[in-house]
Design a protein around this ligand. Structure first.
Ligand SMILES: [Zn+2]
Ligand SMILES: [Zn+2]
Length: 148
């Protein structure tokens, strides 16, 4: 859809290229999922992706959505937020933006947060350990304001 193309990010452009290199055809359901994820400020579940695409009359079946998310995850362009019980949410890994998540163990709400001192702490640990750290994910579990 034109609405997605006009504000397509670096991430979406790079992801489309990676998919083409990996031999996937352009367009179709895969492009719709990439465009939808690209518009979000945080992670979506497969269920939410299915509902949002259906709402814009771009219906894609749940099984296809899972397969596409797996392909994108395999290409290393998605960050997966594990919610427990095999549930997960996905969001683009963007070079220019990075945040972490609070996960409610009761309603599975996911709230984004970022924190400069936390980033500096991770950076300092990365320098200290004998390991080439290339990324990190921090998930804090608990109960959201509504569930407390
Ligand atoms: Zn997020
Ligand atoms: Zn909650």
């Amino acid at each position: 859809m034109a609405e997605a193309n006009s504000k397509e990010s670096q991430w979406a452009t790079a992801t489309t290229e990676r998919l083409a290199e990996a031999g996937f055809r352009r367009g179709g359901a895969r492009a719709a999922v990439v465009a939808l994820l690209d518009e979000q400020s945080c992670a979506l579940s497969a269920y939410e992706i299915e509902a949002l695409l259906a709402a814009r009359e771009r219906a894609v079946g749940r099984a296809s959505i899972y397969r596409i998310l797996e392909q994108l995850d395999h290409l290393g362009v998605l960050s997966k937020v594990e919610l427990g019980q095999g549930q997960a949410r996905y969001e683009p890994i963007r070079p220019d933006h990075h945040h972490h998540h609070l996960v409610c163990d009761s309603c599975e709400a996911v709230i984004a947060f970022d924190d400069a001192p936390l980033e500096r702490a991770v950076e300092s640990i990365s320098k200290r350990v004998d390991f080439a750290v290339e990324g990190h994910e921090i998930v804090l579990h608990g109960l959201c304001a509504d569930c407390r």
